[in-house]
Design a protein around this ligand. Structure first.
Ligand code: GTP
Ligand code: MG
Length: 319
């Protein structure tokens, strides 16, 4: 069943064919195929979904459940490999820690960082997200059609922070639909199967496609090898060398994990959440810092010039 959602929902299953057309036409969120999921969702019901003349109530994002106790991050989770890490510091940036202690994190506590997960078909993208979000693993392959997403709420250094995890289709025929959801990503996760060297070879193409829709200077990249449980140590170490080399080259952080056993899955998502949070707080501090610098100039300037300065600023701003 295809539903149209008026506002944000926690969980969406996006219809592969109609979604881009209808959401573009209506200028809001995509068409959803969510009714069976929401029937299983606990909690209150609020906003409306529309199916032609039919109206269905679905849970609203405005009624957020509290952050789960096992989603609280008090220390910076460590990288997987020192050779390929976004950074190798042991702790959160000291400016970030102080800002959190002093509750000077601005709007970061309300933000949702978009994470897109891309990679070849059947490399294990859906299983990876499901292992973390639902602690479940399905050994049967069910191709993702278009895109799907999960919300995960964290508390980092006492500040709420959410990740929106976009699971995209790897199958070629769904790729053009999935790629319409790449825009606005703060984190790009490129997934390959550690037992399939071709899937690592395609990582560069996945990155290129994802970067077409995003500002390369503003995204954090992760290269993730899945299905580690299926490879022998000798096989694994061979592909790891190539993967780390590629990760270094594209400036991605490298991880290897298994959704079947759960090895490294939690650590990986905690690392993503922490680094995205840290980047958000630093950007917020920089923004508020530059505002302060502006204020100082105003105060110190000749009072006759204050109006002229602010007028000049306004006209620049509108250009
Ligand atoms: N042994 C093992 N199998 C896995 C692991 N992760 C995924 N699989 C299996 O690999 C197959 C594909 O997994 P999916 O997560 O559906 O793959 P996908 O990347 O989402 O595929 P698309 O949606 O088509 O792009 C399924 O049969 C999974 O059970 C893993 O860590 N270990
Ligand atoms: Mg999938």
């Amino acid at each position: 069943m295809i539903l149209y959602n008026k506002q944000c929902c926690k969980k969406m299953h996006v219809c592969a064919t109609l979604c881009p057309m209808i959401s573009a036409a209506r200028g809001t969120r995509p068409v959803l195929n969510i009714l069976p999921k929401f029937q299983r969702e606990p909690g209150g019901l609020s906003d409306h979904c529309y199916l032609g003349l039919m109206s269905v109530r679905v849970p609203s994002m405005s009624v957020l459940p509290p952050v789960r106790r096992d989603r609280i991050i008090a220390q910076l989770p460590q990288f997987y490999s020192k050779k390929a890490a976004v950074h190798t510091k042991d702790e959160f940036n000291s400016k970030v820690k102080t800002a959190c202690q002093e509750q000077r994190t601005g709007t970061v506590g309300f933000r949702i960082a978009k994470v897109i997960v891309v990679g070849d078909l059947a490399v294990g993208k859906t299983c990876l997200i499901n292992r973390f979000c639902k602690d479940a693993f399905d050994k049967n392959y069910k191709a993702t059609i278009g895109v799907d997403f999960e919300m995960e709420r964290f508390e980092v250094l006492g500040v709420p922070f959410s990740l929106q995890l976009w699971d995209t289709a790897g199958q070629e025929r769904f790729k053009c639909i999935a790629s319409t959801y790449y825009r606005g990503a703060q984190t790009i996760v490129i997934v390959f199967d550690v037992n399939d060297v071709a899937s690592l070879g395609h990582a560069r193409q996945w990155l290129e496609d994802a970067l077409k829709e995003n500002d390369p200077t503003n995204v954090q990249l992760f290269l993730v090898g899945t299905k580690k449980d299926l490879s022998s140590p000798a096989q694994y170490s061979q592909i790891e060398q190539d993967a780390i080399e590629l990760a270094e080259e594209i400036k991605a952080e490298y991880w290897a994990l298994s959704s079947l056993t759960g090895e490294n899955v939690r650590e990986f998502f905690f690392r993503i959440a922490s680094l995205a949070f840290e980047a958000n707080v630093l950007a917020e501090l920089e923004k508020s810092g530059s505002r302060h610098i502006g204020d100082v100039i105003k105060i110190n300037s000749n009072s006759n010039n204050v109006y002229a300065t602010s007028k000049k600023k306004q006209s620049n701003c509108c250009q």
